[in-house]
Write a protein that binds this ligand. Structure first.
Ligand code: FE
Length: 398
């Protein structure tokens, strides 16, 4: 089926012009791929003859489908009670004694059935999708046993194989999360057993996570399995994790509030993407800003993600993250939009097929009731997304 989506203002995010804008643009979709992208008036006659279905978008803004390249979407329970306790003045020890913290999420995840994990995550996914998200990464890391990690990963895979072909492609992610350091070997074994469930390997290198030495062991195991790596790095302190990850050619280093200049240079040399997570920064009321200007100066691509998780970022709006990246981290609206499209695709190793509107890429795009792409960063607290097309198929919104 060849479908023409026409009369649109296309923010292709391709090339070097601002937003890759094309006025009165058209997208020709053949199956799940973009067959042609450009100004409507330039559509070759031979291609125009092949059109079987046509949609007039009335001048609406179209962007690539948004990509949330860092989430922990699959888990049991939630931590609102802990949030409340903290705001009532409870200390971390008291919260831990009351059964809070990451251990409560591990316990609730282990206790939940596969179907319960799936249904809860599918609802969250639908919320993201209604805001134009067509690709997400999901990290495991709340199972902490081989079987429970594999179970989380199977649920993540299942989310990407929904019966409706319009559903977002889930990139099942890796061994991330707030693992305690004594769990390092467990993680490594989990990766070894279920490689078909894993697209990349992640770790949390921090005083309260893996040590650099443990992170190196996890990455060495990943390398043996030919799996790319990424890292929760420099969130609470500078462990020089980004430089370590860069040694392994990391796809991305994420958080980065405490990233030093050595880390910036190492990431630039390795081509790693800096994934900034304003939701966690905000929710934890952090004050140390990631070194955005140093990353810019070094030419490190910057991505933005929700880091959705029940402990430090219970955020289910990538649009809000775009706004926060601008207000909190001082990204420009164009940088923030590249951060959830072009650069987010690269953070997942999917830059050749996703993240921009270009011929031969996947037909993933969102139609917005907006005039200009800078409005995606400007408005917050409402959803101007009108239509979502994923793999060439329009996603039905209930
Ligand atoms: Fe995370």
């Amino acid at each position: 089926m060849t479908i023409l989506w026409r009369n649109a203002r296309l923010a292709t995010m391709a090339g070097t012009s601002p937003y890759g804008l094309i006025e009165r643009g058209a997208l020709l979709v053949d199956g799940d791929a973009l067959d042609w992208v450009g100004p409507e008036s330039a559509l070759p006659r031979a291609l125009a003859k092949m059109v079987e279905e046509e949609h007039d978008l009335g001048g609406a803004l179209v962007t690539p489908g948004l990509i949330d390249c860092h989430t922990h979407l699959v888990y049991g329970g939630q931590r609102a009670r802990e949030f409340e306790l903290r705001l009532n003045g409870a200390s971390y020890e008291e919260i831990a004694r009351a059964g809070g913290g990451i251990r409560s999420t591990v316990a609730a995840t282990r206790a939940a059935s596969d179907d319960a994990l799936y249904l809860a995550a599918a609802q969250r996914l639908a919320t993201l999708e209604r805001e134009g998200v067509t690709t997400i990464e999901i990290k495991s890391g709340y199972g902490l046993t081989r079987d429970d990690e594999a179970r989380m990963l199977r649920v993540a895979r299942r989310l990407g194989e929904q019966p409706s072909p319009g559903r977002p492609k889930t990139v099942a992610g890796p061994l991330g999360g707030r693992a305690r350091s004594d769990r390092g070997p467990t993680f490594t074994r989990a990766a070894t057993v279920r490689t078909t469930l894993v697209d990349a390997v992640d770790a949390f290198c921090e005083r309260i996570g893996f040590t650099p030495a443990q992170t190196r062991r996890v990455f060495a195991a990943a390398r043996e399995l030919h799996l790319p790596v990424k890292l929760h790095a420099e969130q609470l302190s500078d462990q020089h994790g980004a430089a370590l990850a860069a040694e392994f050619g990391a796809l991305s280093c994420d958080h980065l509030e405490y990233l030093g200049d050595d880390g910036v240079q190492a990431m630039a040399a390795a081509g790693s993407v800096a994934v900034l997570l304003p939701g966690a920064y905000y929710f934890l009321r952090e004050t140390r800003l990631p070194p955005v200007q140093a990353l810019r100066d070094a030419g490190v691509p910057i991505a933005i993600a929700s880091d959705h998780n029940p402990g430090s970022s219970p955020a289910l709006s990538l649009l809000l993250m775009i706004n926060m990246a601008c207000t909190l981290f001082r990204l420009t609206p164009e940088e923030a939009l590249r951060g959830v499209t072009q650069h987010a695709a690269r953070a997942l190793g999917l830059a050749s097929t996703r993240g921009t509107l270009e011929t031969a890429k996947r037909a993933d795009f969102a139609v917005w009731a907006l005039e200009h792409p800078n409005e995606l960063a400007y408005w917050f607290g409402h959803n101007p997304c009108r239509r979502v097309v994923c793999g060439g198929v329009e996603v039905a919104h209930e």
